[in-house]
Each structure stands twice: as C-alpha cells, then as structure tokens.
Design a protein around this ligand. Structure first.
Ligand code: AMP
Ligand code: MG
Length: 422
C-alpha cells in the first residue's frame, strides 16, 4: 500500500503524488525476478558465499565413535564404587587417533585423553582431577560418579543421514567446517549471477585518461565494481558509453546477451532521459519510477531480452544508495531466491538533522559505541548527492522517514550499518 504524508503537499516540499515507496519498489523488483536455476559442482574450498543447490546429508556420524570429553580414566559404569573408595589397575592408555587395542575388565581402567575412542568394556570416564593415584599403574576412585559421564556419544553432533545444510543456503565459514567434518569434498551450487555494467555520459573519462575542459573522471564504475565484488557475482565491466543513441542501444543489447543483470548509471537528467527512455521502450520492457526517496528518486527497472535492467541515477551518492537499497536485495534474490532487506537498528543521534518533508531520506552517518556502551550516530558533513566524500567518511545510512522535518540532538534515529550490506 502506498504511504501517505501527514500534511498537504505544497511547492515547498518534495512530495510527488506519482511516486512509489521504497518498499513497493523492492517488492515490484522481486516479483519480476526468477532466481537462477543453473548449477555447477565445485570444490568445498571454493564454495564460500555460494548458494547451495542441493541439501547435503551426512554420510557419516559425527562424532564417528563414542569418545572421551575429558582427560581421565575409562571404565565400566557397573564397576564404579557405590559408597566406598575402590582401587583399580591401569592397563594402558587411549589417545585421540590411537585407540586402546584390548578390552577392559572389572577392576581395571584405561588412561584416556580427550577425543580418544572409549575402549571396549568401558562406557564411563572419571576426570583425572577426581582420581587418587598411588603410582602409574594403580589408582583409586571414590563415590559420586555415574555411568556414562564424560562420554560424547557417536552421532551426538550429527546423526548419519541428517541434512546438515539445506538447499538455498549461502555458505559461511562454519558451513564449510561442517561439510568438511562429514567428509564432503565437493558441493553443488547455483551458478553466480553475471552482472554487466557501464557508465553513460559525454563528460566521463576513465582513470588514466586526460581530462579536457568540462570532463570528470568516471567514479561510479569503481564504486559499483567494489560493491559488486563484495557480493560474489561475475562482473562484466563495459566501460563508458557516450550519450549517443546508437552506442547506447548497442551496449544494452550486448549486455543483455551476456548478463543476468545490467546496471547503468547516469542519463536521467532532462534531455538525456528522453532519448534513453525511447531506446529502452524500444528494446525492453521497462518501468520508470519516481521513488519517494532522497537521494535516488528516479530509478529505472525492467527487462531487456532475458536480462534484468537497473538504470541508476548518475550522481555518485545516488548510485550507492540505490545499489544498496534495490540492486543488492535484487542480486541476493536472483542468486538465492531469498529476500534480504537491509538491517535497521536504533541509535542516539548526536547531531541535529534537518530535511524537507515529502521524501524518505538516506543521510550518511558515522555510528559508534559511546563509553556507556550506547550506540550513537552523527552525520558526515554535507549531504549533497554528488558529494561522495560524505559516503566515504560514513559507516552507515541515517534513515529519515518521509514526514520528518528535523531531528534534535539526543533523539533516536534508525540507522543501516554498511557492514549489514555485505
Ligand atoms: P546524469 O544522470 O547523467 O545527468 O548525471 C547526474 C550527475 O552525475 C552529473 O553531474 C554527472 O556528471 C554525474 N555523473 C554521471 N555519471 C557519473 C559517473 N559515472 N561518475 C561520476 N559522476 C557521474
Ligand atoms: Mg549524463
């Protein structure tokens, strides 16, 4: 449902009745995307961050054998003393990876190390701290012990045949550890999304080129490259494309041929937007949204052949905001079929903030924990959408709802830490 503002829209504010909300845009995007189904088999070590295509059942029990949880002495629980102190003969030692080779009889114990297999004839371990030893081969055990103590049972962590990791999971370091612990060397994962991107603008020069009057260096491709690299996708950097209808059309069709997702930046200002819209309408099925947010109001999303398309605004901060709010969740859904909206947490704002009503604003902030352990946040200077340093100094977005006009020092605001996006 569309959110409404609490006041009458006027020329003095930023509300546009034709705009849609951030959540609505996210939903529309997800509705339109089908998750990748192509699979590949890869080595366990290469599988970090990849999405598991098939659930994995453990071919073995973990632990594989009943083993000792302590350094101590193994014996039969039925041979424990009831309410006296009893003497035993130590007949050998069981080490982790080197089991004791024979059977333990009543009156006997086996010295045992943590992780060692429980010897035949034993089901109980008494900690070495609870034992009196007169010499290497004779010990005494008192009352207060029970059968089965200090023994880790075979299959107690993972039973044979149990699903250890479900299909659709993005593998973490601990998942790699679990898969190794059940002896899995290769896994079936979904292939990574292929993402093609380019910048548009006659004023743009790539790093290494000479700037003529009026030129600027193309920074968006580098921020995009950084954000995409963190996401574990296949990247196709197509460089800068001039503001020329034919060049643009060729680049878009080529990108649609190679990629699952195309990202462009720029070309949304009056004049440029018109012919880009004409081309996109011709070759794709594209929607042009005004989103009630700042920065990043104009956003273009749709389909060119089999590829999904994001046309991001040209301003460097707008590119990063719209990437984090829309492209990143879309890529996550494309690769895993799972929804993941950015995480939002409350913090005390230590600077006063101002905004115009009518749009949801993403100001850039620095959050930290104060000496009392409380989370505080302050803004990073100038907030213009072209001021990339405000983004670079920041470690979070400060979220300012549509109808809000100011935040006083000490008030609670919601923030989105950038780490939450990785
Ligand atoms: P546009 O949407 O093409 O009108 O661009 C809006 C603003 O962002 C203009 O000031 C552009 O010069 C700037 N801009 C567009 N693309 C880039 C880029 N790749 N790197 C840096 N600035 C850009
Ligand atoms: Mg431009």
């Amino acid at each position: 449902m569309k959110k409404t503002v609490q006041h009458d829209p006027s020329c003095a504010d930023d509300f546009d009745p034709a705009s849609i909300t951030i959540d609505q845009a996210r939903l529309n995007i997800e509705d339109d995307i089908s998750p990748i189904t192509g699979k590949e088999k890869i080595a366990l070590r290469s599988a970090l961050n990849r999405v598991l295509a098939e659930g994995i059942q453990s071919p073995i029990k973990v632990p594989a054998h009943n083993n000792s949880a302590m350094d101590g002495y193994a014996l039969a629980g039925s041979d424990l003393p009831a309410d006296e102190v009893k003497s035993y003969v130590v007949i050998g030692t069981a080490f982790a990876g080197k089991p004791f080779p024979s059977t333990c009889q009543p009156g006997q114990v086996v010295r045992i190390m943590t992780g060692a297999v429980i010897p035949e004839g034993c089901d109980t371990v008494v900690m070495q701290e609870h034992v009196q030893s007169s010499d290497e081969t004779n010990i005494e055990i008192g009352e207060g012990h029970r059968t089965g103590q200090n023994v880790r049972m075979a299959g107690e962590d993972i039973a044979q045949g149990t699903t250890v990791i479900e299909a659709g999971r993005r593998l973490t370091p601990s998942d790699l550890g679990i898969l190794a612990s059940v002896g899995v060397a290769e896994v079936n994962v979904f292939r990574r999304p292929r993402v093609a991107f380019f910048s548009t603008g006659d004023e743009l020069k790539s790093v290494g080129e000479t700037l003529n009057a009026g030129d600027i260096f193309d920074s968006n491709r580098y921020s995009l490259y950084g954000m995409l690299t963190r996401m574990d996708v296949e990247i196709l950097d197509m460089g800068v494309v001039r503001d020329d209808p034919q060049a643009l059309r060729d680049a878009l069709l080529m990108a649609a041929d190679m990629a699952d997702l195309i990202i462009t930046s720029g070309g949304v200002s009056v004049g440029e937007a018109d012919y880009i819209k004409t081309i996109l309408d011709e070759i794709g099925d594209i929607r042009f949204w005004k989103i009630g947010m700042k920065p990043g109001r104009p956003l273009t999303f749709g389909k060119i052949n089999n590829a999904r398309f994001f046309g991001l605004p040209g301003n460097p901060v707008s590119v990063m905001v719209t990437f984090y709010q829309f492209v990143q969740p879309a890529l996550h859904y494309l690769s895993s079929g799972k929804t993941k909206a950015p995480i939002t947490i409350p913090a005390i704002c230590t600077t006063s903030l101002r905004k115009r009503p009518g749009r949801f604003e993403f100001q850039r902030g620095i959050y930290e924990q104060d000496e009392n352990g409380k989370l505080t946040v302050k803004k990073t200077g100038q907030q213009g959408s072209g001021i990339l340093s405000s983004m670079s100094h920041a470690n979070c977005f400060i979220l300012l709802p549509v109808e809000l006009t100011s935040v006083a020092e000490g008030e609670i605001v919601q923030i989105q830490p950038f780490e939450g996006f990785i």
